[in-house]
Design a protein around this ligand. Structure first.
Ligand code: SF4
Ligand code: SF4
Length: 182
């Protein structure tokens, strides 16, 4: 019958008029993210990083660039390389997380933020200085130790390098002192 289609359409409109919306008015409101959410910026802990470059080798897109210098004093005791460059070009990142999975020292974490939008891809490049100085609220993705502690990056609480590892952090200074005493 003529007009039935219109009535059905209006019924759908009417039904949805009183439903709770599933979207929010961004940026006034933000959708709450899961603690395992893989955000844009990375959390990199220089103090934990040995410069092994596993993350760079595992990245399928080759967008992590690391330059190290074996100038530290106690390499034979497990001391780490000096890291001269650690840059990530997230303009090409697909957030697969393989770099984080590959890091054996819990030095690299996916980030939890999602508001690093820029006008050009070049501006998405994250140089080492920025990674070093960033406030670190790491995602708990692939880091069960953080989930075990009940850490939620969305709480806004940053985590320091001593709090993010599976094992106690090595005391590099004590190591170097021991080596100097020999
Ligand atoms: S998340 Fe994936 S694409 Fe992005 S830097 Fe890590 S390994 Fe590379
Ligand atoms: S972040 Fe991890 S995998 Fe990458 S160089 Fe540092 S210790 Fe190695």
């Amino acid at each position: 019958m003529y007009g039935i289609g219109i009535a059905k359409g209006l019924l759908v409109t009417l039904r949805n008029l009183f439903r709770t919306p599933s979207t929010v008015q961004y940026p006034e409101e933000r959708v709450e993210q899961h603690s395992r959410f893989r955000g844009q910026e990375f959390s990199w802990y220089e103090e934990r990083c040995t410069g092994c470059a596993s993350c760079a080798k595992y990245c399928p897109l080759g967008i992590i660039e690391i330059v190290t210098d074996p100038s530290q004093q106690a390499i034979q005791d497990g001391d780490k390389y000096a890291i001269e460059k650690f840059d990530i070009d997230i303009g090409r990142c697909m957030y697969c997380g393989l770099c984080v999975e590959a890091c054996p020292y819990d030095a690299l974490f996916m980030g939890s933020g999602f508001e690093r939008a820029r006008y050009t891809r070049d501006e998405l490049f994250i140089p080492m200085e920025e990674l070093k100085n960033a406030t670190k609220r790491p995602s708990t993705w692939f880091r069960p130790q953080l989930e075990g502690k009940g850490y939620d990056p969305q709480s806004g609480q940053p985590l320091g390098w001593k709090d993010v590892g599976r094992h106690e952090a090595p005391d590099y200074e004590a190591m170097q002192r021991r080596w100097a005493d020999r």
